[in-house]
Design a protein around this ligand. Sequence first.
Ligand code: AR6
Length: 183
Amino acid sequence: MERVIGTTRITLVRGDITQQTVDVIVNAANSSLLGGGGVDGAIHRGGGPAILEECMAIRAAQGGCPPGQAVITTAGQLPARRVIHTVGPVWNGGGHGEAALLRSAYGRSLELAAEHGLRVVAFPSISTGAYRFPIGKAATTAFEAIIAAVGRHPEAFDEVRMVLFSAGDLAAYRDALTTAKVA
Ligand code: AR6
C-alpha cells in the first residue's frame, strides 16, 4: 500500500524498524535519551554502544529531549545511515495535548531529516506501545503530520515508510493512509 505526493512515496510495511536499509530510522525514545524497551531497546541493541555515546553527549549539551522534539545520532552497526530519536507523548486520555505532541514528533523528525539530506525515512508507530496512544488516532495523526511535512519540503524526501510490527497495527495504518486528505 502506498500513496504518492509529488515525488514522495508514503509507504507501509510490516516489519522490524532495525532491519530497514534506509537513510534514517526514527526511534520512539524517551526524554532521557538513555534507552528503554520496545523500539528503543531494539535500536540500541542492534546498533551497539556508539548510539548511546552520542545520546549521552546530546544530554550533556542540552539536557535530554522533550516530548514532541527530536535529535539525531549515528546508527552504529544498523543498516540505516542515521537514527533520529524522537519522544512521543504518553497517552493520558487525549485532553492533554497528546495529538499535537505526536504531530510535532513526526514533524520535527522530518525537519531534521530534511536538514541532513536524508531522503528515505522509516518510522515506527510512535507512542502506541508503552505510551498507550490509541492506534487508530495515532495513525491518523501520523499521516496528518507526514503529509504536512512533505508539503513544506516537496523536494526533500523520496520515501517516508511506516514500519508496523503487527498485522493489526498495519491494518490501522492502512485505513488511515487510505482516507488521509492530501491538499
Ligand atoms: N520495529 C518496529 N516496531 C516495533 C519494534 C520494532 N523492532 N518493537 C516494538 N515495536 P514502543 P512508545 C512497536 O513501546 O509507545 C521505550 O521504553 C510496538 O509494537 O517502542 O513510543 C522508550 O524508551 C508499538 O506498536 O514506543 C520509551 O520509554 C510501537 O512499536 C517508551 O518505550 C511503539 O512502541 C516509548 O513508548
